[in-house]
Design a protein around this ligand. Structure first.
Ligand code: NAD
Length: 355
């Protein structure tokens, strides 16, 4: 496996360091050869080359089987011209790799129940869902868009638009992902009001015919936002467009209560996927060995599962993380009374030992 590594800024290098040790160890155990290629992105790339996404980084990513990213950004670069800010590196690499599907699992580890923001009787039923957000279409990119004066007043407008081919490809990602889970897809739209959602729903139903072993249901987005806090246990895979997915994926993440635990994947039609924790570069704790590496380690599990098709290897990593939590090890972000507070590197070492 050829993996391009983009540590980035802030805690990025610390957490990718821990995650790579896990990747190398699991690969060795299962007899896979790994080739790592480390490249620059974000603020560290700006410092070294003047741009947040050097051409060399793009080429290296395109030539890899998968990309593992830490995080980008930090106060040092906040005053730069927006055109060369660190975040541009992230948007640029997503675009260059054609990553149209964003997979955000929100799982509540039983060991971390007390971090969950929901009532205990709701938590009891469990939270283990996957939000799949369309990432390159919809209202964020639709034309026409703009601000103009109409009838003497400022008027802003955007266009929410989906072609059926865009819906079909994200639908297929959702059904395929459901096959690796509990075989249930809930498509979220606003088909009672929006024409674009009517096309979305029709194409979802048509594509479902290709996956007779997966159950498809539909939900309006306002109801989905309520159901996520009322009873998240009802969901397996949620698939939705760019705008609704932006909101629902953050909602699903926050109910678990632990930002340092959540991985993500972004996938294209073919070519390498990009794997990263959902949190940022945490400049407030960078360089102090305080960052929780588990979200990045769990991103490695997703990389093994979705880009390399190595399910057993992925589960092995996830089980090592679960066992580490069982042993009571906690970094500051997930600390509870009675548990052992550890550094980021100690958490990584414990996962390795459990592997
Ligand atoms: P953040 O996610 O970096 O941090 C929010 C809070 O969570 C901080 O208190 C931080 O210490 C804590 N935290 C985050 N990850 C943690 C971990 N692994 N272990 C322990 N604690 C953790 O969000 P922010 O503070 O809003 O942003 C900081 C920088 O990161 C900004 O420059 C922002 O643009 C950037 N950012 C990057 C990404 C990305 O690279 N994908 C995403 C979000 C924010």
């Amino acid at each position: 496996m050829k993996i391009c590594v983009l540590p980035g800024d802030g805690i990025g290098p610390e957490i990718t360091d821990q995650a790579l040790k896990v990747l190398l160890t699991v690969a060795e155990k299962f007899g896979h050869a790994v080739e790592l290629d480390e490249q620059r992105i974000g603020g560290s790339a700006i410092d070294a080359t003047g741009v947040p996404l050097p051409e060399e980084t793009v080429e290296a990513c395109k030539g890899a089987d998968a990309v593992l990213l830490g995080a980008v950004g930090g106060p040092k670069w906040d005053t730069l011209d927006p055109a060369i800010r660190p975040e541009k590196g992230l948007l640029g690499i997503r675009k260059a790799l054609g990553l149209f599907a964003n997979l955000r699992p929100a799982a509540l580890f039983p060991q971390l129940r007390s971090a969950c923001l929901l009532r205990p009787d709701i938590v009891e039923r469990g939270v283990d869902l996957l939000v799949i957000r369309e990432l390159t279409g919809g209202i964020y990119f639709g034309e026409p868009r703009g601000v103009e004066v109409r009838d003497g007043e400022r008027t802003g407008f955007n266009t929410m638009i989906y072609r059926e081919s865009e819906v079909r490809r994200i639908a297929r990602v959702a059904f395929e992902a459901a096959r690796k889970r509990r075989r249930k897809v809930c498509s979220v739209d606003k088909a009672n009001v929006l024409d674009v959602s009517r096309v979305w729903r029709e194409v979802m139903v048509e594509t479902a015919a290709e996956f007779p072993d997966v159950e498809l249901s539909h939900m309006y987005v306002d109801n989905a936002a309520m159901q996520l806090v009322r009873d998240p246990s009802q969901f397996d895979v949620l698939v939705t467009g760019n705008l609704f997915g932006d909101i629902l994926s953050d909602e699903a993440a926050v109910i678990t209560g632990s930002i340092g635990m959540l991985p993500s994947a972004s996938l294209g039609e073919s070519g390498p996927g990009l794997y990263e924790p959902i949190h940022g570069s945490a400049p407030d704790i960078a360089g102090q060995d305080l960052a929780n590496p588990l979200a990045t380690i769990l991103s490695v599990a997703m990389l093994l599962r979705y880009s390399l098709g190595l399910e057993e290897e992925a589960r092995t990593v996830e089980r090592a993380v679960e066992r580490t939590l069982d042993q009571g090890l906690r970094t500051g972000d997930i600390m509870e009374p009675g548990k052992a507070r550890v550094k980021g590197s100690e958490m990584g070492a414990a996962v390795l030992a459990n592997l």
